[in-house]
Design a protein around this ligand. Structure first.
Ligand code: LMR
Length: 337
C-alpha cells in the first residue's frame, strides 16, 4: 500500500507519532531513507548498501531502512515529509528542490556539464555547497552528500527525435523545474510536470508522448516497453543531494553520527563509480532489447546534432540567470576542465 494516498500531512504525522523520533528511546534509533527510483537503480542500491553497512556497524543502536520506488512518498511529498521529520533521509534529484530553492535550477541547464567529473566537482565544491546548503538549512534540511545518476536522454512514441524540430507538439514529462519546462517549450514541445511514480502509466496511456531521463531510470522502470524510440542526447544531467532532517541529524549522539557520516562518505564514492558503470551497461541492455524485439529504435546523436540542440536550448540560460544567480552559474562553468 502506498501511504501517500492519505496525503502527506496525515502520513507524516502517522510516521512521526509511530515512533520515528529519537524521543521514542527504547530500541534502536530508526532511520527511514525514502526515495522514488527502483531498488535496482544506482540510488536504490546505494540506499540499501548504506542501510546494510550501518545496520552491521551500529547493530542494536541504529536501524536504517530504505523505502524504494515511491513506496512511502512521491517526489514533492517526500521533501515535505523530511521537513516534518516523518522520514530522516532522502536523496532527491536537484530538480525536486527547485520549488523551494530556484537556485538549484542551475543543475537542470541543458548541456551544462562536460562530463561526470564536472558534475561531481559542481555538486561537491565547497563554494557551491556554501551557496546552496544554507538554503536547505533554512527549511530544516541538512545537505550531507551528492550522489550521481548521470546524463539524461530523450524518449518518445513520436519518432524519431533527431533534430530540435522533431519535438514540435510533443507532450513531454519533466521534473519540477521551470528550466526544464522552458527547455522543451523552446523546441515547440508541451512540457508537463509529473511525479516520477506516474511516468510509466502516463507513457503507456498516451497522457504524454515522451520524457527525458537517465538510462538506468528509464530501464529500471521499464519505460522502454512503453516507448518507441530513444535518442541518446546527453542533453542534461541528474544528480542527487543526500538530505537529512536537520534537527534529527544534529540531535544524534556524536559517536553514532560519526559512523553514519563515515559510512555515507564510503557509500558515496562507491555510488559514483557504480553509476558510471551502470549507465554504460544499461545502454547495452537497451540495444539488445531493441535488436531482439524490433520495437524500439535507438538514435545516438552525433556531436554536430548535439550542437543543434544546444543552440536551440541556449536561450534558457539567459532567461534563468537571475533566478539562479550569475555568480553561481559562473562558478559551475568555471569548474569544467
Ligand atoms: C525523475 O523524477 O525523473 C528522477 O528525478 C527520479 C530520480 O530520483 O532519479
Amino acid at each position: 500500500m502506498r501511504l501517500f494516498r492519505c496525503g502527506v500531512l496525515c502520513c507524516a504525522l502517522a510516521l512521526v507519532l509511530g515512533g520515528a523520533g529519537l524521543a521514542a528511546a527504547a530500541g534502536p534509533i530508526r532511520i527511514k531513507f525514502s526515495h522514488v527510483v527502483a531498488k535496482e537503480a544506482p540510488k536504490g542500491r546505494a540506499a540499501d548498501r548504506f542501510a546494510d553497512l550501518v545496520n552491521q556497524r551500529l547493530k542494536g543502536r541504529v536501524e536504517v531502512q530504505a523505502f524504494h520506488n515511491s513506496s512511502l512518498f512521491k517526489d514533492r511529498e517526500e521533501i515535505e515529509a523530511l521537513q516534518l521529520g516523518a522520514v530522516q533521509l532522502l536523496a532527491p534529484s536537484t530538480a525536486k528542490l527547485v520549488p523551494w530553492f530556484p537556485q538549484y535550477q542551475v543543475f537542470d541547464l541543458p548541456y551544462l556539464f562536460s562530463d561526470q567529473e564536472h558534475a561531481y566537482k559542481s555538486m561537491t565544491h565547497p563554494r557551491v555547497t556554501a551557496r546552496l546548503f544554507p538554503l536547505l538549512k533554512s527549511r530544516g534540511m541538512l545537505g550531507l552528500a551528492a550522489w550521481d545518476n548521470g546524463f539524461k536522454h530523450m524518449s518518445s512514441n513520436k519518432c524519431p527525435i533527431v533534430k530540435p524540430e522533431d519535438m514540435k507538439g510533443q507532450k513531454i514529462r519533466v521534473q519540477s523545474s521551470k528550466v526544464l519546462e522552458e527547455q522543451f517549450r523552446l523546441v515547440g514541445a508541451n512540457p508537463q510536470i509529473m511525479a516520477f511514480s506516474e511516468v510509466y502509466n502516463a507513457l503507456e496511456r498516451g497522457v504524454v508522448d515522451g520524457e527525458e531521463n537517465t538510462l538506468t531510470n528509464k530501464y529500471s522502470q521499464k519505460m522502454h516497453e512503453v516507448q518507441k524510440c530513444l535518442t541518446v542526447s546527453y542533453h542534461g544531467y541528474i544528480a542527487y543531494v543526500v538530505l537529512a532532517n536537520a534537527a534529527f541529524w544534529e540531535g544524534l549522539p556524536k559517536d553514532i553520527r560519526k559512523v553514519l557520516e563515515d559510512t555515507l562518505a564510503e557509500v558515496t564514492k562507491w555510488q559514483w563509480e557504480l553509476n558510471a558503470r551502470e549507465q554504460e551497461e544499461t545502454l547495452k541492455k537497451m540495444q539488445e532489447y531493441a535488436k531482439a524485439t524490433g520495437k524500439f529504435q535507438i538514435t545516438v546523436l552525433t556531436p554536430e546534432q548535439r550542437k543543434q540542440w544546444a543552440v536551440a536550448f541556449q536561450p534558457v540560460q539567459k532567461k534563468f540567470e537571475s533566478a539562479i544567480g550569475k555568480d553561481l552559474l559562473d562558478l559551475v562553468y568555471s569548474l569544467a576542465k
